[in-house]
Ligand binder design. Structure first.
Ligand SMILES: [Mn+2]
Length: 275
């Protein structure tokens, strides 16, 4: 029933990130429903789709997580283009950048041209963790230090992976420093917008910090896909090039209210968890 053309919304592009499949936090049920509701010509998986770090410390792979993968593969078979931009939790895929598997392309980042001609840098965003944390020092040390921090960030994560250490998470770290979390998110957003400008794009579409957004920063469009652990959000590009952040629990509630199933002031579906 959910596959009916009537109930499926088709969009030009769908951007999803931070599903963290392979962890108990992943809201695979809601994600499956979302994937039944939306179809796209092109799908970008913007990193942290499968949580390789978590799977290494104990296998957790329920049927629903399999279903999500099957659902995505099915969309590819039916003609959707799929680009997988790995993040830090699925960085094992970074060894396969530039390769294509069964119609799925693995890319470190990508310039996406929207229907209105706007160009967006699509990147997970963890590459900037080190810069966010040491912003003051780097500003003091200058341009070379910035490039060096980007390099060190990648190197440190690779070494941690080889040593079998747990991943280091910017969002978890920022949340511990609650007072500063807003500053860190702001800094992350500014840096990603600056990177888009540096590569000559009009905006950036990233994930990583589990904080969906659609805002203008210094004349650039900053879009964040959010996640499927806490907020259950995605970005869609409509056929006119308009970008929209979808908060799926809100969409479900609006539908239920329309159908008279739920009162307008009922709480949102989906639980809150700590990433
Ligand atoms: Mn990440």
């Amino acid at each position: 029933m959910a596959e009916d053309a009537e109930t499926t919304t088709r969009v030009r592009t769908l951007f999803l990130s931070d599903m963290h499949l392979g962890t108990k936090g992943c809201q695979a049920g809601l994600l499956l429903d979302f994937l039944r509701d939306y179809d796209a010509d092109e799908i970008y998986l913007v990193g942290d789709i499968v949580d390789g770090w978590q799977l290494k410390s104990g296998w957790y792979w329920p049927q629903a997580h399999n279903d999500v993968v099957q659902k995505l593969l099915r969309k590819v078979r039916k003609g959707s283009t799929l680009v997988y931009v790995p993040g830090n939790h699925d960085e094992f895929l970074r060894d396969y950048i530039g390769m294509t598997f069964g119609g799925i392309e693995v890319a470190d980042h990508r310039l996406h041209e929207a229907a209105d001609g706007k160009r967006y840098l699509v990147i997970h965003g963890d590459q900037f963790d080190m810069v966010v944390r040491h912003a003051k020092w780097l500003a003091f040390l200058g341009d070379g230090a910035y490039t060096f921090a980007l390099f060190v960030n990648t190197y440190v994560n690779t070494v941690r992976r080889r040593l079998g250490l747990a991943y280091w998470s910017l969002s978890a770290w920022a949340k511990l420093k609650v007072k500063n979390a807003v500053n860190f998110i702001g800094k992350f957003e500014e840096l990603l917008a600056a990177e888009a400008k540096r590569v000559g794009a009009d905006g950036v579409i990233c994930g990583h910090i589990h904080h969906a957004a659609n805002r203008q920063i210094g004349g650039l469009t900053y879009l964040n896909t959010g996640d499927w652990v806490e907020s259950c959000t995605a970005i869609v590009e409509h056929y006119d090039g308009r970008m929209e952040v979808l908060h799926y629990p809100s969409l479900l509630r609006a539908r239920a209210v329309d159908a008279g199933i739920v009162a307008a002031d009922a709480p949102l579906e989906g639980r809150r968890a700590v990433a």
